[in-house]
Design a protein. Structure first.
Length: 303
């Protein structure tokens, strides 16, 4: 998401000779398998970078290191069974093919804005839309493992573009989400670093009325920010929020039209080389998902 801008709600041989100083393939397999499992777990190459950074960004070809959905939700003490979380991956990898559709104006309560945007990208071309979808998949797996019901506003290839910012808010409202988080990465100037969490301001205009969600959204945002910072080591933004990592806005349709607790998180600045090196790393994206997850869990378990 950029500022200022529209609502970016943007071979081994088969056998070795036998003998006292030789080994068989069977003796090597366990170690090789363990190494492969560790490699897959971090979601990246040996240097932690995104193995799919040069792959097509087509929605029909999801990143190979996307988080996998859990098949065994936690039903024990402290389970999130019965809780609904809506994850909103900012933008859509297919938006650039649908400029007319995403440029259509929609009502966000306080005014009208573009349906959506393409989002930003690193200087090397890694798109924000791919980043947000990857983190969303990882986050979904973590929350489902805790027993939560998780809904995504889109899943890369469904729909092929968008949805519009007003529809993104509506998805959370219809689901009666206990918490909703929109995932983004910023497109600010080089040298601007860090993450920030955007919270809804008090709005009561047209279709927008955030008065009931301002308080709980602030609580959600504080918890997400704290756990995200601890998990990733990313500092609060040095260019927005006066070093707090918190920004309040009333011009984002995804927040204005929400009737459930919701925040945006800008995980870093894609245009800064230091932040970009983190954002392209599968291992770091797993940390980001874990931090956001822990913040959500803390919010849902609050007394």
């Amino acid at each position: 998401m950029s500022y200022p801008g529209p609502d970016l709600d943007p071979p081994l041989p088969r056998r070795f000779r036998r003998g006292p100083l030789t080994v068989t393939l069977a003796a090597l397999v366990p170690g090789a398998l363990l190494g492969w499992l560790v490699y897959e777990a971090v979601g990246g190459g040996p240097d932690g970078s995104d193995r799919t950074a040069s792959a097509s960004s087509s929605p029909s070809a999801p990143a190979a290191d996307d988080g996998k959905r859990s098949s065994a939700p936690d039903a024990g003490p402290g389970s999130l069974r019965g809780k609904v979380v809506v994850i909103d991956p900012g933008h859509n990898p297919g938006n650039f093919r649908h400029t007319a559709e995403i440029n259509r104006q929609v009502d966000i309560g306080t005014n009208r804005k573009e349906c959506d945007t393409t989002g930003t990208a690193t200087n090397a071309g890694y798109p924000e839309a791919r980043f947000t979808l990857d983190v969303a998949h990882r986050l979904r797996a973590l929350l489902e493992a805790r027993g939560a019901t998780v809904k995504l506003t889109h899943d890369g290839n469904s729909p092929a573009w968008g949805p519009c910012v007003d529809e993104r808010a509506r998805i959370g409202n219809v689901a009666h989400a206990d918490a909703a988080v929109s995932i983004h990465a910023d497109g600010s100037a080089a040298g601007n670093r860090g993450f920030h969490v955007i919270m809804p301001g008090s709005v009561h205009s047209g279709a927008a009325d955030t008065r009931k969600i301002v308080g709980p959204s602030h609580d959600l945002g504080v918890r997400v920010a704290g756990d995200f910072g601890r998990a990733t080591g990313e500092p609060p933004s040095n260019y927005l929020g006066d070093g707090t990592g918190f920004v309040t806005r009333t011009d984002l349709g995804g927040l204005n039209l929400s009737t459930v607790p919701k925040v945006f998180i800008e995980c870093g600045n894609m245009r800064d080389s230091k932040d970009a090196a983190l954002l392209i790393s599968g291992a770091w994206r797993q940390k980001a998902a874990r931090g956001i997850s822990e913040g959500i869990v803390s919010f849902l378990r609050r007394s």
